[in-house]
Ligand binder design. Structure first.
Ligand code: FE2
Length: 386
């Protein structure tokens, strides 16, 4: 691959081969031949001082569809089969059950000061099985409703799902997966000792409020230490805001001193916080959140953990919104880690912008006739998602 200076990139240009963030195989694909470079992406690269990107391709004024031109766009529409639909419903049920469970354990801790790690790890064991069997259906959690209307509850469930997914990808043993999932579910439990309006409500935080929030790590550690559980569970609560370069809190630990589970939870919890509708933070689209995480690799985050998340979420993260070359807009519904450019997109709007009563599932592939044209901005995505 050759290096291309970011300064020379122009928005709306296409490259006839993928453009990568780094000069190495299986790295992060910034844009594919059918997707133009966007002003938003260029701004982000400049903001994070990426001097160069890498590609084997040449700049073009038009997209290269690699065999897509002669195909009938309609041929790509999939019938979501009955079995698949059932799995999606099962995932929704599993997600709702997980939300209610987390809501109830948080309530128990808030009202009675009790944590029952055994009961929680039994429930996490069930979630490991669900993540294993429902895979991408559960990773599409941003589609599901959260009746509890609580950021902390959904953030804890989402973090657990992402952490278990990465643990499965890394082929961790059953025991390790349960411990990791439990640590993820409880990582922010210390927040419950802080008034809810500090972390649930709108508004920028001042210095004092930020300091109050930072205490949730130590508060969580103390809460979990009071009950018998493997060390990694309180340690994840304590260390998930440590940065691998020693610039985090509360102890400024460096990489080798931070527990592995805490390093993993740091990455997935940050991703969820960046992409979720957290009131005091501007929601960033999945694609941009990943570029941000990559930028902080080896500074805040453990490099391997970030790459594992990238592998799971790929170039078009599940739950992110895209526009297709056929004109429709929708949400990335399924993504294949071995073939990240070709997700299945749940199309919610037709090319005139009208909402579809029944969504159409479209498989993006070299020969399907439809490609992803571009990622939608957060504002555009919320208009499609409504
Ligand atoms: Fe936290």
């Amino acid at each position: 691959m050759h290096a291309i200076s970011v300064e020379t990139l122009s928005p709306a240009a296409y490259y006839d081969q993928s453009v990568m963030l780094e000069d190495r195989p299986n790295g992060y694909i910034l844009t594919a031949p059918e997707i133009p470079l966007s002003e938003e992406l260029l701004a982000r690269l400049r903001k994070w001082s990426f001097a160069s990107v890498f590609s084997d391709g040449q700049v073009r004024s038009k997209p290269t569809y690699q065999g897509l031109q002669d195909q009938d766009a309609g041929a790509a529409a999939l019938q979501q089969d009955v079995a698949d639909q059932r799995l999606a419903e099962d995932a929704n049920t599993a997600y709702q059950d997980a939300l209610s469970f987390v809501n109830s354990i948080f309530k128990e801790y808030r009202e009675e000061g009790l944590v029952n790690p055994r009961q929680i790890s039994d429930r996490v064991k069930q979630m490991v099985d669900q993540v294993r069997s429902l895979g991408h259906h559960l990773l599409a959690y941003s589609e599901f409703k959260n009746p509890f209307n609580s950021y902390l509850v959904s953030h804890s469930v989402n973090t657990t799902i992402l952490a278990i997914s990465i643990g499965l990808l890394a082929k961790r043993g059953a025991h390790q997966l349960i411990e990791l999932g439990t640590a993820a579910m409880l990582h922010d439990i210390g927040m419950l000792k802080i008034p809810a309006e500090k972390y649930e409500n709108a508004g920028e935080l001042d210095e004092k409020e930020r300091k109050t929030l930072m205490a949730h790590t130590v508060l969580g550690y103390r809460a979990l230490k009071a009950f018998p559980s493997p060390d990694s569970i309180p340690l994840t609560a304590l260390e998930h805001h440590e940065n691998v370069d020693g610039s985090g809190y509360p102890q400024q630990l460096k990489a080798e001193k931070i527990h592995d589970h805490a390093k993993l939870v740091a990455v997935v919890a940050s991703y969820d916080a960046m992409t979720g509708a957290r009131p005091f933070r501007l929601r960033s689209a999945g694609h941009q959140a990943i570029v941000d995480l990559l930028k902080y690799r080896d500074k805040r985050y453990d490099s391997q953990m970030v790459m594992a998340l990238v592998r799971i979420l790929s170039v078009h993260p599940i739950g992110s919104f895209v526009e297709l070359t056929s004109g429709g807009r929708g949400m990335v519904y399924r993504s294949d880690p071995d073939n990240p450019r070709f997700p299945i997109v749940k199309v919610l709007q037709d090319d005139s912008g009208a909402a579809l009563g029944d969504p159409i599932y479209v498989q993006i592939s070299e020969d399907s006739g439809v490609a992803v044209k571009r990622s939608l901005s957060a504002d555009e995505a919320s208009a499609v998602g409504q």
